[in-house]
Design a protein around this ligand. Structure first.
Ligand SMILES: Nc1ncnc2c1ncn2[C@@H]1O[C@H](COP(=O)(O)OP(=O)(O)O)[C@@H](O)[C@H]1O
Ligand SMILES: [Mg+2]
Length: 234
C-alpha cells in the first residue's frame, strides 16, 4: 500500500495546511509526518479507525497539542497562538464531546456563542420551538444541532467537526452535514472527521485516511467510495 501524501505548502490556496506534523502524548507519537490541506469552499473527510490519530491531529490544529515536528498554517499564517485565540480568529471547532452548556437554555447557549442568534435560528429553524429548554434535556440530535448552529453562526473560515455523527439518527446527521456543506459553499474550509467513511464521503470533495498515525490515502471522495477500504482500517 503506497500512501500518496504530498507535502503541499500552498498557503494562498489553502485555509488549513498541516505541514509534515508529528505529535502525540508524552513520548508516544500518535500522528507522524502528516500532510493535509483544506481550501476555502471544500469539504474534506479525515477518516480512520478508532485510535488512528484523528482527534490528536485536530488537537494540534486547535493548539491543544503542540507539533513536535512540522507546522500548522491557518489562513496562510503559521499558527502559534493559544486555542481560544484560534477560535476567535475564525476556527469553528466542534470537539468530539458535545460543546454546549447543559445547564443553560437553548437561547442562552446561542447568546453566549460568538455568532448571531438569529443567524443560528435561520440555519436551524428546528431550534426555534426549543429556545426555552435546557441543553441537558434535549435529545442527542438536538444538542448536536445546537452545537453546530452556534459554531456556524460565527461564520467560521475553518470548521473542524470531530465525529459529530456518533450516536445520532441518520436523518439528523444528514441535516447537520447539509449545513456544514452549505458553509463550505459560502467559503469555509470544512474538515469532517469520521470513523465511518460512508457518512462523510456523501458530502466530501476529498478525503484522507489515517491508519495508526500515518496517512495511507489521499484522494477524491469518489475514488475512495469506489474501492474496498477495509485494508485502510486495520
Ligand atoms: N490523552 C491521551 N494520552 C495518551 N494517549 C492518548 C491520549 N489520547 C489519545 N491517545 C492515544 O493516541 C492514539 C490516537 O488517538 P486518537 O487521536 O484519539 O484517535 P482517533 O480520534 O482516530 O480515534 C491512540 O493510540 C490513543 O490511545
Ligand atoms: Mg477521535
Amino acid at each position: 500500500m503506497v500512501a500518496n501524501t504530498k507535502r503541499i505548502l500552498d498557503l494562498a490556496e489553502n485555509r488549513l495546511v498541516v505541514d509534515d506534523v508529528t505529535t502525540g502524548y508524552l513520548d508516544h507519537p500518535a500522528v507522524r509526518n502528516v500532510n493535509l490541506q483544506v481550501a476555502s469552499g471544500e469539504v474534506v473527510a479525515l477518516l480512520g479507525a478508532n485510535g488512528a490519530g484523528k482527534t490528536t491531529l485536530i488537537k494540534a490544529v486547535v493548539g491543544l497539542l503542540s507539533a513536535w515536528e512540522g507546522s500548522i498554517y491557518l489562513n496562510g499564517e503559521k499558527a502559534s497562538s493559544p486555542t481560544f485565540k484560534r477560535v476567535r480568529a475564525g476556527i469553528g471547532w466542534l470537539p468530539d464531546t458535545r460543546s454546549i452548556f447543559m445547564g443553560l437554555s437553548v437561547e442562552e447557549n446561542l447568546r453566549l456563542g460568538r455568532g448571531d442568534k438569529e443567524l443560528a435560528l435561520e440555519t436551524f429553524p428546528e431550534l426555534k420551538p426549543l429556545l426555552k429548554r435546557r441543553g441537558g434535556v434535549l435529545s442527542g440530535g438536538q444538542q448536536q444541532m445546537l452545537a453546530v448552529a452556534r459554531v456556524l453562526a460565527s461564520r467560521p473560515q475553518i470548521v473542524l467537526a470531530d465525529e459529530l455523527s456518533v450516536g445520532l439518527a441518520p436523518q439528523i446527521v444528514d441535516r447537520l452535514l447539509e449545513e456544514l456543506w452549505r458553509a463550505s459553499r459560502r467559503g469555509a474550509a470544512v474538515l469532517l472527521v469520521e470513523q465511518f467513511a460512508r457518512i462523510a464521503l456523501d458530502v466530501a470533495d476529498r478525503s484522507y485516511v489515517l491508519r495508526r498515525g500515518e496517512l495511507v490515502f489521499d484522494g477524491s471522495a469518489t475514488e475512495l467510495l469506489s474501492r474496498d477500504i477495509s485494508d485502510l482500517y486495520l
